[in-house]
Ligand binder design. Sequence first.
Ligand SMILES: C[S@@+](CC[C@H](N)C(=O)[O-])C[C@H]1O[C@@H](n2cnc3c(N)ncnc32)[C@H](O)[C@@H]1O
Length: 257
Amino acid sequence: MASYKELPRTAQIRLVSSHQEVYEPCDDSFALVDALLADRSNLLEHHPSLCIEIGCGSGYVITSLALILGQEGYGVNYFATDINPHAVEVTRKTMEAHGVGAELVVTDIAAGLEERLAGLVDVMVVNPPYVPTPEDEVGVEGITSSWAGGENGRSVIDKILPVADRLLSEKGWLYMVTLTANNPSEICQQMRKKGYGSKIVVQRSTEEESLHIIKFWRDFDNGKDEANQSASGFIGSLLTHIPLFSFWRGTNSDNKC
Ligand SMILES: C[S@@+](CC[C@H](N)C(=O)[O-])C[C@H]1O[C@@H](n2cnc3c(N)ncnc32)[C@H](O)[C@@H]1O
């Protein structure tokens, strides 16, 4: 059995900074980090040079990614963006408290970085605002923008996907949180049309919501001509991946919301 010291490190809640207008790490944040942990050996073999988080909030996820990559990640460049300036400041403190760092930018998704980072991002992580809300709540100042996702919770997600396509390198991977209401299979089909493969790395159900952490990669083997396969067939192939890494994390009191 692996000793405590051998377990990969993730951000410690007691070292995660906070602010009343910044999203605290919650079930969706933990599920995203669990997906990264579940895929850790692949991530280490992947040898990413540049990693980015869109919508970093408290910094829990990008800090955990930096810790998961650890020593092997020496020389990796980290970026994190958030539309909320308080979130960027909180992320800075969280990363400093863990002895890691990133270039932090207050911006809408990756505006201002796209030219510089186009085709260079090897790992992108996103826990977007995905809750279905009235459209006028999307992107408003403060903490509401953490969850307000507009119609079907897709407004921000649908803006992030083309940005991800422009930023990801040829070997780039995107890990993204989605809710059932976001129609994840349709998101996967949309990405398939752009030439991406996808699988669910972690699936979590609570009384309130069902979260899927989906991994996307450029799939050079499966041509875009397969993109128009039926939705039901596609969902079937997607669901075969669900049990692989699904597990609850409820035993760690650090991880309570
Ligand atoms: C659900 S929270 C996730 C926070 C953190 N990544 C986590 O997992 O705990 C979504 C984050 O996205 C940010 N956000 C919302 N719209 C954005 C946009 N258009 N561009 C950049 N960040 C955005 C919010 O301010 C918030 O910090």
